[in-house]
Design a protein around this ligand. Structure first.
Ligand SMILES: Nc1ncnc2c1ncn2[C@@H]1O[C@H](COP(=O)(O)OP(=O)(O)OP(=O)(O)O)[C@@H](O)[C@H]1O
Length: 240
């Protein structure tokens, strides 16, 4: 997945805010990448654009050999649904539905048959250690269990990439650690690419690479949080 010279501005004229200013990034298959930077630096905006949830004003996003901007919305939705998994706080669970129903949702959207949905959702919940909780209401789970349901839901379509926005943000440190392990296991054992926004420097340091944003620009990338300020290694420099 690749973004080339991507810019995004919110608002117009005097109130225009340049959230991203010419960002280029190449995420290789199987890699784990943390997006770091202060509040308002553009992390979520970049991740939403990479995840095909938002479009840039300028620049392009590529998935494999495909320039996504050349595709119709329907194709983009299908591509996102079949290749990407999301662990976002704003994609809440439906608290009144069962755990199994919540995890089946992406398969309902994708049009899978009911028997297939149930079987795959059950397998995903077993993979995150919640095989015993299928029938519980999502509201009746602990915070850590809810986050595991969100991970199961992200896994149910057998994604090649998982995008996560502060996946450990609301959890106590022990539960947060479990969620971190779960994500890195998926990366190591199944080769799932991870793209994760985090404020936590220790968590960020565990990724293959950190992309450090300041005021909508990449100022450093590499194996150390807050790395160099000269544009980092090949592939991440903003195009001139
Ligand atoms: N829909 C929007 N309309 C107007 N401004 C926006 C919108 N979305 C984001 N912004 C602004 O763009 C900037 C970057 O936002 P973004 O959410 O990408 O930052 P962030 O680095 O993820 O911040 P945080 O760590 O606080 O979540 C912020 O100043 C924000 O106020």
């Amino acid at each position: 997945m690749r973004a080339v010279d991507v810019s995004k501005t919110y608002g117009k004229k005097e109130s225009a805010f340049h959230a991203l200013r010419g960002v280029s990034i190449d995420v290789r298959s199987g890699e784990s990448v943390a997006i770091v930077g202060k509040s308002g630096s553009g992390k979520s905006t970049l991740m939403h654009i990479l995840a095909l949830l938002d479009t840039p004003d300028q620049g392009s996003v590529h998935f494999g050999d495909t320039d996504v901007s050349s595709l119709r919305a329907r194709r983009i939705n299908a591509m996102r649904n079949s290749h990407y998994g999301f662990v976002f706080q704003q994609f809440f669970l439906n608290g009144r539905q069962s755990v199994l129903e919540n995890v089946m949702l992406p398969l309902v959207i994708g049009g899978a048959k009911p028997a297939v949905r149930r079987q795959r959702a059950r397998a995903a919940l077993e993979a995150v250690g919640l095989g015993e909780k299928l029938k519980n209401r999502a509201n009746d789970l602990s915070g850590g269990q809810k986050q595991r349901v969100v991970i199961a839901r992200a896994l149910v379509n057998d994604p090649s990439i998982i995008f996560a926005d502060e996946p450990t943000g609301n959890l106590d440190s022990q539960t947060g650690e479990l969620i971190q392990e779960m994500l890195f296991d998926l990366n190591r054992e199944q080769g799932i690419t991870l793209v994760v926004v985090t404020h936590d420097p220790e968590f960020a340091a565990r990724f293959d690479r950190q992309i450090h944003l300041v005021d909508g620009r990449i100022v450093g990338s590499g194996p150390q949080y807050g790395g160099s300020v000269d544009g980092g290694s090949a592939g991440e420099e903003a195009a001139a």
